[in-house]
Write a protein that binds this ligand. Structure first.
Ligand code: SAM
Length: 289
């Protein structure tokens, strides 16, 4: 430990562990290159990444002094102040162009996340990967990435505390190569793009133009990967949309537009569950307009 950067003499050094949601985020951070965690709050992600040796250094930023103070405590307790740079800043104002390889934005609403990404696009110059974990509006984040020069190269689903979380991994659209989780070893269980289906939905190297409505809503990579966790995620979404639709239909003031949107969403979710039940190939059973 570098003198003066660790916890107080006699105190034990904190080893940070992550909940499943943040483990799924950490897996996709590019190894061996600096990372920025925008909206870090408690600071556990950047501290974990440097403690594990996955990245040499990290920028941990937050807009508010309270959360940044919490991050400072984590950094100090873990003894990694020489490798984690704490910055009080609004969104990407924390970064200089070319400073980091991976930018993480996690644990906030998708629309706030998009405001942060769109707010200072020049700060993303030189960034090789975005790892985003929007709590809401995931479809909007997928669409924004596509419209703003980012290619969705992987997605991962995490279940944490009874909730589902989606992690989106994007790289500059012109960049070559395929996504692999940043971590190595058996825990690196993220979606592995298939070389043989490079043009199919969800494949790294596939084109977003080929995405179906179901791909935008549920995730091209997640759909392609399937599995029991994904099925439970779709079931949960279907139940949520069913309840919302029932609520709209019972409301005293009708909202035909919302009702139609929810009915369409329900149709997509039910078609997806039928597809999963039948175990056909990725494109079979597609219910697209
Ligand atoms: C719910 S916490 C998520 C913390 C952590 N990223 C995680 O996933 O566990 C969201 C944090 O984002 C910060 N935040 C919100 N808007 C921000 C902005 N424009 N720039 C930087 N940080 C922001 C908040 O202050 C808060 O600490």
């Amino acid at each position: 430990m570098t003198p003066g950067t660790g916890p107080a003499d006699g105190a034990r050094t904190l080893t940070v562990s992550l909940p499943p949601r943040l483990q799924a985020v950490a897996r996709w951070v590019l190894p061996g290159a600096p990372v920025a965690d925008i909206g870090t709050d408690h600071g556990r992600l950047p501290v974990y990444l440097v403690q594990q040796g996955q990245v040499p250094r990290a920028v941990a930023s937050d807009r508010l002094p309270g959360p940044l103070a919490a991050a400072r405590r984590t950094v100090a307790a873990a003894g990694v102040a020489d490798r984690v740079d704490l910055r009080l800043a609004d969104g990407l104002a924390a970064l200089q162009p070319g400073e980091v390889a991976t930018v993480v934005v996690a644990g906030m609403g998708g629309l706030l996340m998009l405001k942060i990404l769109a707010g200072r696009p020049e700060a993303l110059r030189g960034v090789r990967r975005l790892v985003l974990q929007p709590n809401t509006d995931v479809e909007e984040v997928r669409r924004w990435l596509h419209a703003h020069g980012w290619r969705l190269v992987a997605e991962e689903l995490a279940e944490d505390g009874g909730r589902f979380y989606v992690v989106l991994v994007a790289e500059p659209a012109g960049a070559p190569g395929q996504a692999r989780p940043g971590a190595t070893g058996p825990e690196a269980s993220g979606p592995e793009p298939s070389d043989s289906e490079a043009s199919g939905p969800g494949a790294a190297g596939g084109t977003a133009e080929a995405f179906t409505e179901a791909d935008w809503v549920l995730g091209p990579c997640l759909r392609r990967q399937g599995g029991p966790l994904f099925r439970r995620y779709v079931e949960r979404e279907r139940d949520r949309v069913r309840r919302a639709l029932a609520g709209v239909r019972q409301a005293r003031r009708p909202d035909a537009e919302l009702e139609a949107a929810l009915a369409r969403r329900l149709q997509i979710l039910e078609a997806e569950l039928a597809r999963l039940a039948g175990e056909p190939g990725p494109e079979e059973g597609e219910q697209e307009p």
